[in-house]
Design a protein around this ligand. Structure first.
Ligand code: SF4
Length: 184
């Protein structure tokens, strides 16, 4: 575990300036951080359980065909993969408004990463194709602090020796780790 700020460690890693300890955060890690920190911990340990496609069951599955003609996939550092619309905005597609919070943090993280690692400032749009809704997302000072707090939170979770305790929530039923948490 580092003594320095995990935000600095993440930036040093992205710029290939980190020492022996590297720290990367993907978009899906940001989502797990909001949805369930225990799930994030299992994910960070590469615990893979074949329980069908949890994302499909849960409804977090992204419709790859939505806006397909208007967006380009861009991968950066092998860490984040973003969709850029024709107008230059970064888009995140979510099928349901009930999962807005994790999707929004993921999108804000992408905007933050683009600004601090790539040196490009972008606006974002959160799209809900099934509800025909689009929400503009901007990275202001408050949102940057929210992202940086989340980066520190992710670091604390993934560097813990044991997972956070299970707390029952609606997503548990469709979670790949359900049996780890709730089977006696
Ligand atoms: S079953 Fe529930 S508590 Fe356990 S990892 Fe999944 S979401 Fe978290």
């Amino acid at each position: 575990m580092t003594d320095s700020d995990p935000v600095d460690l993440l930036l040093q890693t992205a710029r290939d300036e980190a020492g022996p300890e590297e720290f990367r955060v993907t978009g899906v890690m940001m989502q797990y951080y909001v949805v369930c920190k225990r799930e994030l911990w299992f994910h960070s340990r590469h615990v893979e359980i074949d329980r069908g496609n949890a994302a499909v069951v849960r409804g977090t599955h992204v419709d790859e065909t939505a806006y397909a003609d208007k967006r380009k996939h861009v991968s950066i550092d092998g860490t984040i993969a973003i969709d850029v619309l024709d107008d230059g905005r970064v888009m995140e597609v979510k099928p349901s408004s009930s999962l807005v919070e994790p999707a929004k943090l993921q999108l804000l993280y992408y905007l933050w990463y683009l600004k601090h690692v790539v040196g490009v400032e972008k606006s974002g749009v959160l799209a809900h194709p099934t509800e025909r809704k689009r929400e503009g997302v901007e990275l202001g000072e408050e949102e940057s602090e929210q992202v940086e707090d989340a980066i520190r939170g992710v670091y604390n979770v993934v560097t813990s020796d044991s997972p956070p305790p299970a707390t029952e929530k609606p997503v548990c039923e469709s979670c790949a780790y359900h049996d780890f948490c709730w089977s006696c």
